[in-house]
Each structure stands twice: as structure tokens, then as C-alpha cells.
Design a binder for this molecule. Sequence first.
Ligand code: PXL
Length: 455
Amino acid sequence: MHSSKEKKALTIAGSDSSAGAGIQADLKTFSALGIYATTAITTLTAQNTKTVSDIFVVPEGFFKNQLETTIEDIKPDVIKVGVLYDNSIIKIVKDVLLDFEKPKIIDPVLYSGTGVKLLDEKSYDSFKKNIIPLADILTPNLKEAESLSEIHIQSDSDLPKVADSILDLGAKSVIIKGGHFKRKNKYISDYYYTKNGSESFKITNKRLPFDETHGTGCNFSAAIASYIAMGYSPKDAFILANSYVYLALKNASKVGNGVLVANPLRQIYYNSQKYETIIELQKCVSYLERIDKFSLLIPETKTNFVYSIPNPTDPLEVAGVVGRVTNYRNRIRSPNTIDFGASIHVANALLVAKRFNPYLRSAINIRYSDNLIKICSDNFICSNYNRRSEPKSSKNREGSSIKWGIKSAFINNPNAEVVYHDGDYGKEPMILLFAKTPRRILTMILTILKRYTTS
Ligand code: PXL
């Protein structure tokens, strides 16, 4: 799929070697939101989650080439500006922004989250005079808003006059990020202002249970730029970027010994794994329903067919059939509604099996019979357990029998593909098949049925 309509952004910003902020954060966010981003790197920082130890400003000749060569060919729909560091960079960026007729999102970065200066003091006035007026949307945090407006902010009632003073510098609109308001506050608001105040509004979120995080601001302004490139109004882009960053914050990673790092990709990958898992299981359950003779393999307690995301930690990360696959006379009746957490027993069996063989992601339970055990033993690696040997302490805990049983079967043979037990008083004997994928489970079922229906 290649489309000349693909939306593109250019980010002019600093490199963060800890990869939580700057260019690295921008690339994650633009990519996550489906925008193709190019980069013009202003500075290289040596940093980690505790400090910035060094800053190298890219020589202006090279910086200019980098910017012009990129933009001459790959025309952006939006430009996002982050760390500029000093006047040698500011001059060049100013000329490019003046010529650029599409939206410009400017994050007036003055300090790193760890408190190190990212704009040279001597260049501050030039930044204020030359860059701020070119912003369609300016995204200062509280400290930056204080600095630009020269007003000490004590409460949110100061913000309208702070915003007015920033808008007087020439920016078309400003979003003041309230994340640094007093720690005891239960809620955090971000505020959007335009020149005549007619469109002002705020978005409030519950404060998350941690203080400083690294990269939040960069991810936020890159998200705003992404939504602007898609064609959203500044207001809608603000609303969308706010919830995007809230998730990135909620999923913040502890990668070093200092501050947490915003993680904009985790939730997206997690959602996509869940989606792929559901879709694949749905296909395989539909296929199973069309194997007529499968009804012969459904036990009294009915069948569940499960598939987990790649690294599940509990049954809520294992998809199964809501209400199980049942038989009615000789026909299969499945509600074919797939959901996470729809199975307890088969899902728990899979989670235990996975501790021995991490590749296993799918499982199904079928009826027990001597003939079926013989067929399984001829075709697959089998192991078994005896429910009557289960220690009392385990038996008394609801739902723990299956965990104990699967564990003992895998201790006996960690390569097992089939685990069975021959029941106990009031407990139906059962066979469980395990595989990497639900497709492989279907193949196993077909192999079993081929022998079962001719024997
Ligand atoms: O979060 C602001 C920021 C922007 N750009 C770079 C940074 C930081 C914060 O540390 O390092 C390169």
C-alpha cells in the first residue's frame, strides 16, 4: 500500500540518548499515530533518566543542510519544533518556519525534566522574539509559561492573564500544561487559549500516582502535530492528544533509576495483540463449528477453545468462547462470541503449561475415552496426572486442581502436547490439547477425528 496522500511531519528537535523525549519520542508518537515523520536534529544530548550530562549543538552548516535537503524533497503537512538550544539554530529555523505555510506546533523547551537548561540563556530573547510568534499552537508547561509571560503562577486563576501575555508575543494559540501544579492536587488540567479568549477551555484528568515523568511534553506536542496533520481542528487535536498522552503516562516505564519514562507504544501494541488474538481465534472457532464430527469430542462439561496474547499473565489475557462450544444431539452449537476472560479452567491450564513451554498459546479440552487416549498417544506427545493424588491443601482451593494437575503433568514431560486425567469422584475425566496456535489445534482435532471415526 503506498499512497501519495500519506500525511507527513517534520520534527526539528534534539536527540535524547535515553530515548524518552526529543526526536526519539517524536518518532514514536508520529509513527504510532500513522504519520510519516522526518527529522532535523538540532542537538545531541547525553542523558539518562537522572540527568543530562552533555549537549552537543549540531554545527550550523550541517544543520542547515539537513533541514533543507529533507524538506526540499519530503514536504511536511506540519512542522513540530522542540529544543533549538542556541541562536545559530534559531536563525535557520526561523527562516524555514517563515516560508512554511502549513501549521507549526512549537514546544518552547527551556529545561529537561531533570532540570538541565536546554535553551542557552544568551539565546532566550532571540527565541522569544523570532520563534514564539510563528507558532500556530504553543505548548508550554507551567514553568515555561511563567518564563514567557514573566508572571509567577500561583493558581489556575492566573492562567488567563498568563495566556494573554504569551499570545501578545504573537502565538496564535497556547496550551498551558498543568502537570506541574501542586502535587497534592487530585486532578490535573491543561488549558487552551486563543487570542480573544472565545475558544478557551480546559481538559481535566485524574492525577496519576507519580511525580515527574520524562518525555510527556514531547509526546504531547508530537500528538497534537499528528492530529493537526490529519486535519483535526486545534481544539479536537488537543482533546485527542490529551487522551493519547494520558495512556502514555499510565504506561510509563521504569527503565532507569531516575524518573519514569512515558511509553506511548505499549498500549497500542497491547491493543493490537489483543485484536489479532481475537480475530484469529474467531476464525478458528468458525472452522471448528464446521467440523461436523467434532460434536463427538465434546465432553459433558462442554468445550472451551482458547488463545492467549503472546505473553499473558492472567486469564483476562486469554481469549475463549463465551458460554463454551456445546453439542446438541449430533450438532455443534457455539455462540461464537469470543472474549478475553471467557474461560477460567482451560485458560488457567494454558497459563500453567506456558511456564514449561513458553511457545504455547492455544488450548482446547475434549472428551476422555480409552480409545481417544490411544489415538492421542499414537500421534502426540502425551502426559497425564491422577486427580486422586492431589494433595488436600490444593483440592480445597477452588480452581486449583487443574493448575496442580497440569503442573504435575508438565513436570513429568515438559514437551507435552496432550495432557489427560481419568477423573475423580464427581469430576469428569478430560483430555487437553496444547499448541502454539489455534490452527495447530484444529489440525490435531482433524488428526484425532480421522482415526476416531474409522475405528
Ligand atoms: O522534554 C523536553 C525535552 C526535549 N528534547 C530533548 C530533551 C527533553 C527533556 O529532557 O532531552 C532532547
